[in-house]
Design a protein around this ligand. Sequence first.
Ligand code: F55
Length: 834
Amino acid sequence: VEASIPEPQRKAWLAHQTSGFKDKDGFETEVVRHVETTLARSMYNCDEQAAYSACSLAFRDRLILEWNRTQQRQTFADSKRVYYLSLEFLMGRALDNAMLNIGQKDVAKAGLAELGFRIEDVIEQEHDAALGNGGLGRLAACFLDSLASLNYSAWGYGLRYRYGIFKQEIIDGYQVEVPDYWLDFNPWEFPRHDVTVDIQFYGHVTKRTDDNGKTIATWEGGEIVKAVAYDVPIPGYATPSTNNLRLWSSKAASGEFDFQKFNSGDYENSVADQQRAETISAVLYPNDNLDRGKELRLKQQYFWVAASLYDIVRRFKKSRRPWKEFPDQVAIQLNDTHPTLAVVELQRILVDLEGLDWEEAWNIVTNTFGYTNHTVLPEALEKWSVPLFQHLLPRHLQLIYDINLFFLQSVERKFPKDREMLARVSIIEESQPKMVRMAHLAIVGSHKVNGVAELHSDLIKTTIFKDFVEVFGPDKFTNVTNGITPRRWLHQANPRLSELISSKTGSQNFLKDLTELAKIEHYKDDKAFRKEWAEIKYANKVRLAKHIKKTTGVDVNPSALFDVQVKRIHEYKRQQMNIFGVIHRYLTLKSLSPEERKKFQPRVSIFGGKAAPGYWMAKQIIHLINAVGAVVNNDKDIGDLLKVIFLEDYNVSKAEMIIPASDLSEHISTAGTEASGTSNMKFVLNGGLIIGTCDGANIEITREIGEQNIFLFGNLAEDVEDIRHNHTYGSYTVDPDLVKVFEAIEKGTFGEPNDFMGMISAVRDHGDFYLVSDDFHSYIETQELVDKAYRDQEGWITKSIESVARMGFFSSDRCINEYAEGIWNIEPLAVKDQ
Ligand code: F55
């Protein structure tokens, strides 16, 4: 590190700096200064939005100091770094997280109160950073929190979308998408106009032979787009470590717009080039678990991957090490196949630009990358058409063909004459047009491949990647069960529960070592503890009830059982089964006498989640939920016995309010389809119980918390294939209770029946691919067990406490440590007191 300030002065200066505020007065001084100078406003004219801005700027100042020091420390240590490449980072709000991680929320609360603000109101001014769809993007955000909290040298790399995931409005029961323009005021990002990379697209390849007879390929022509870095500080919890998330934004290479064209009078095209360039990072694709193969998406992927690799290689080169040491200094994790072009790009850099031999380069590449798979659904496995590749990235396509050739030669040696095997594992699918299979490329280009929960990791080894286990041996494939950060998902979302726990564990150390939660099990029979436990859940439900009233106008009784399913709307997640179950409950209630009804356990069925804009069936499901709510919530016979709520615009900050308020949450995917699920972990960590299938992480949650503490139902993954086969070729009848539900819908009970026929005929006429009918009876019966269990409030509280006490395994800290040891081979960097 070159310093322009001489050493002694620099030391004296550093000793001056502290990363915290001295006290609330010190904090207030900073807030007032930012209001009056940075924001150029008078304190008399400071509203909650301005208070949020100033408070964020004050905390940001603190963060920047530690951020700089952390980067210096990491550069100086010169040890291995991990780079997490993800097209999605679903960060949510930053201010609350920064205050808690720095450990000065109390100071801010007191200071803001003196200035006349409630800290909760100030926090709520912040717009979520919603650069992701769902589980995959939120996992990346939890990982960043853990990497910083555990003092790993780590960078995240992503795209700085101008528009994150759309905002969802519900109008007349239908989803309406509204753009999410979130960058108006974002104090958490730092533009680095000096950190740019030129990215090439299109063009052509020329080959020549050099003096030694070696072929040299050159990629020429085409179009250049500029990548500009924007950095976001990622504070660790209770540590000065502050890592970096670097997001790339696209800009025309010629600067603002093309002056030459402008001056020659071609105004329109001068601007068109600029807009075409900026389009690359303009929007997040709103599909989860679906690949649509659009050219712009491939452009996004290459733009982001090429900029990131250029940056990583530039950093490595500064150390002047030989290339063979690259994998000792750099680990790159591919979050699903979206960044798989990085494999090809690194090979291109090493072979075409740095002149390494193919073999040596390929060794470096495969030792650098790890690939995480998040789905077995065939429609989500990325494929790109060869003609599109040829057009956009001609040199990369050649390299892919070479990679494939050498790979298939090695397969041929191991399985001579097995043409079928070669066709199955080939990176190129011999279809019309030919397709590049990105998962195959990711496997071939990585040294480790992992699934995200035990069942899922077993499934990829026995189904979609079976052949690769034979080719590479079983050790290349491993499991790392997902985790969640307890800082956001317990301490921040549920401060009272966090406080109650720390009062019993003796400190807040459980937030750093979640297995310490086990200590609270000693108090499960302690009367005062149980009472406080129940009161906290009730208070969280009251808060959600207020939100429901405010946003939907519906009154719900906080004493009713709150039954929650919030996640992206997808047929495999089976929100349709949930709403069919709700209809069944409604019909049952209607058939009872008023006396009999009184024996029923009151429930509030709460749904939330976005449907991909083009996903017709998912939108139909949303419409049915709203239509059922409109009838049930206004039925005088029903009253508080059943309410049906659809909460609009589910996102990270709403999750932080909804999850702590749930008694029961639904994780009811068709067995074998949900790779892991992570909200299941969040709900249980907050004292809610689960109704769920034997799928994803539900299985490991059950193993940890005990079978008596979860409501499992439905067919097992191992039986799904046979059942589906039987739907098509055997006898198939719809479950009788479900038939009654369909009849009610078809009678018009919930409005125009034609609006919902897609959902009905998927089950009745199109093979019921997701086994809704097969699991329906078991689901209904299990919901009755839930009612019974909930009526025994004392028994329920015991289940709740036991569950939380046994959730230690599901921290993303544990998960990140497993990646660090098993895949990245890195160790935390010691943080000395400064
Ligand atoms: C987004 C874009 C594409 Cl092209 C494909 C998938 C996605 C996506 O959002 N996937 C996703 O969220 N997958 C989820 O990952 C979670 C974290 O591992 C899992 O818990 C969850 O089971 C899985 O569906």
